[in-house]
Design a protein around this ligand. Structure first.
Ligand code: INI
Length: 154
């Protein structure tokens, strides 16, 4: 069997991050985790671009523009939607998820779904905790792995 798995090597990669300001205390922690992990994997700080949007619903369009610009190899999308905070949780979370998926499928540039969707704030706090396996850092691993895998598949 030929294993196509790639090493988690981010050197030379250009990575975009789209972060939603809604629940920014949580998203800020995910961003810190993502940033630290990018540097750890060898991505140069100058090759990381960050764009803030108002909420998770706005992420797909900004991510699509970034992906289509040709300036990034992957886009990591960070947000946090808490069920208890909104009656339109399903719309915001669902559209963010399907929009981000479409960005990747339409552009061929990996777009990573780093939008926490939780029942309450306590769950969000736990998943964004840098000490306990930060979701932003996990998304960076997913992004770098997918970029390298796609390069091996073409
Ligand atoms: N946006 C979020 O990112 N998280 C939420 O929990 C949330 N709630 O609770 O409503 C939220 N709403 C805003 C939405 O993403 C858009 O910014 C807004 O609807 C304007 O389009």
């Amino acid at each position: 069997m030929r294993d196509l798995s790639a090493e988690l090597d981010g050197s030379g990669l250009r990575v975009g991050i789209v972060a939603a300001r809604f629940n920014d205390a949580i998203v800020g922690q995910m961003l810190d985790g993502a940033h630290a992990r990018l540097l750890e994997l060898g991505v140069a700080d100058d090759d990381i671009s960050l764009a803030w949007v108002a909420g998770a619903f706005e992420i797909p369009l900004a991510a699509r523009s970034m992906a289509a610009s040709g300036d990034v190899d992957a886009v990591v999308c960070l947000g946090c939607v808490v069920r208890g905070e909104t009656p339109h949780f399903d719309y915001v979370a669902g559209e963010a998820a399907s929009g981000i998926l479409r960005v990747g499928l339409d552009t061929g540039v990996p777009a990573i779904f780093g939008v926490l969707t939780t029942d309450d704030m306590a769950q969000a706090v736990e998943r964004a905790d840098v000490a306990r396996g930060n979701k932003g850092a996990d998304c960076v691993d997913a992004a770098v792995e997918l970029v390298q895998l796609l390069r091996r598949l073409v």
